[in-house]
Design a protein around this ligand. Structure first.
Ligand code: 6CS
Length: 373
């Protein structure tokens, strides 16, 4: 890990994770109200701090992420956990997990749906197979290039925060917030400047079928892979390129095994703060209020984290002389050639991938985006 600016919190758990031995006081299954512990130690904990909300009992929760310490998702979850602990006067303790201990990203989403973990940072790119409508985030050039505008839409969109959230909930996942991890860029074993450069190109993607469709539209041969296997796959030529925000490319050292990088800004990386809905709905109101308040407070924090990491780490890629990577930036004209090929994928999404509910959500989102530009 090359980037260690963001503090990490001592709530980090060991990666060995016993799914059945939750060690918590709350029952995540069923619809009934969660009953907290009320042991004397906990009562003491509740006296700590000054501005915390008065809540009864104690809560031990698990929060899984798809990233490692020092990376955006993990640092978000660590700060989220710290805030919950402070606001509850020590009554809420959250163990934050780096990626890797629970299987693949797709496995982690399933752990949340089953209630084996309470919270997860989830990328829509790994759940598109089940929540088809979530693949809206796979569409290139849909959101504004200006990330602040994009984040504003993610924060306020009714299409996303009401309609898409409702669809997610029917699949046992409740997104509490959508937030960007930054603009996505390409790396490749060859220069990627025009659609012709993608002809037959073995592009690593996340699992969602529409991400793959987006690359087929450029003529590429997309291959689904967990990022855990990506460095080796790039190194051995199993895949020839990939997309990610700059911070992730640098911190996972993908540039070391890629000769080329393209500042393409073809999409932004969206992550979701999610919770198991049965667990969340069963919490006492005052506990849920603490979670909701924390979700709101984390929006600007997440934006600043990704901004600082993405801005500061590009130079590190450019200046790496041991394993040099040629970095090019697409002109607006060059981007237009990709945009033209990407537009029909929107119709495919609307007409072939989702049903009436998804279509309505998408049309409202398009209006919201147009109003923001
Ligand atoms: O490319 C991926 O799959 C990974 N990228 C990021 C920015 N976060 C986690 C995700 O699994």
């Amino acid at each position: 890990m090359l980037f260690k600016k963001w503090k990490t919190v001592s709530l980090v758990g060991a990666l060995t994770f016993a799914l059945t031995a939750c060690g918590g006081s709350d029952d995540v299954g069923g619809d009934e109200q969660v009953e907290p512990d009320t042991d004397p130690a906990t009562e003491e904990n509740n006296d700590a701090g000054s501005d915390e909300a008065a809540i009864e009992g104690s809560y031990d929760w698990r929060f899984v992420t798809e990233e490692m310490q020092g990376q955006v998702q993990y640092e978000y979850a660590a700060e989220f956990a710290e805030k919950l602990n402070e606001k509850s006067g020590g009554a809420i303790n959250v163990e934050v997990y780096e990626f890797g201990g629970l299987g693949s990203e797709v496995d982690q989403a399933e752990q949340l749906q089953m209630g084996a973990v309470e919270f997860a940072i989830m990328s829509p790119g790994f759940v598109g197979g089940t929540v088809k409508e979530s693949q809206v985030f796979a569409l290139h050039y849909l959101f504004p290039d200006d990330l602040e505008k994009t984040q504003e839409i993610l924060n306020t969109s009714e299409a996303l925060n009401t309609q898409l959230v409702g669809i997610f909930e029917s699949h046992g996942i409740k997104p509490l917030a959508f937030w960007t991890e930054g603009a996505m860029q390409w790396t490749g074993s060859r220069e990627l400047r025009t659609p012709a450069d993608f002809e037959g190109f073995k592009m690593r993607t996340q699992a969602s079928p529409l991400i793959q469709e987006s690359y087929r539209a450029y003529g590429a041969a997309p291959e689904e892979l967990s990022w855990a296997e990506l460095y080796t796959a790039l190194d051995r030529g199993v895949v020839e390129g990939q997309e990610n925000p700059i911070f992730f490319i640098e911190d996972e050292s993908f540039h070391e095994v890629q000769d080329h990088m393209t500042i393409s800004n073809h999409n932004n990386y969206v992550a979701m703060t999610t919770v198991n809905p049965t667990f969340y709905n069963g919490l006492p109101d005052e506990v849920r209020a603490i979670i909701d308040e924390t979700v709101e407070e984390m929006r600007p924090v997440a934006f600043e984290m990704q901004k600082e990491m993405n801005e500061s780490l590009l130079d590190s890629i450019k200046e790496n002389e041991d394993t040099p990577t040629a970095v090019i930036e697409l002109t607006e004209e060059e981007r237009e050639a990709f945009r033209e090929l990407a537009l029909p994928v929107r119709d495919y999404f609307k007409n072939e991938v989702v049903g009436e509910e998804g279509r309505e959500m998408f049309e409202l989102l398009e209006q919201e985006i147009a109003a923001q530009q």
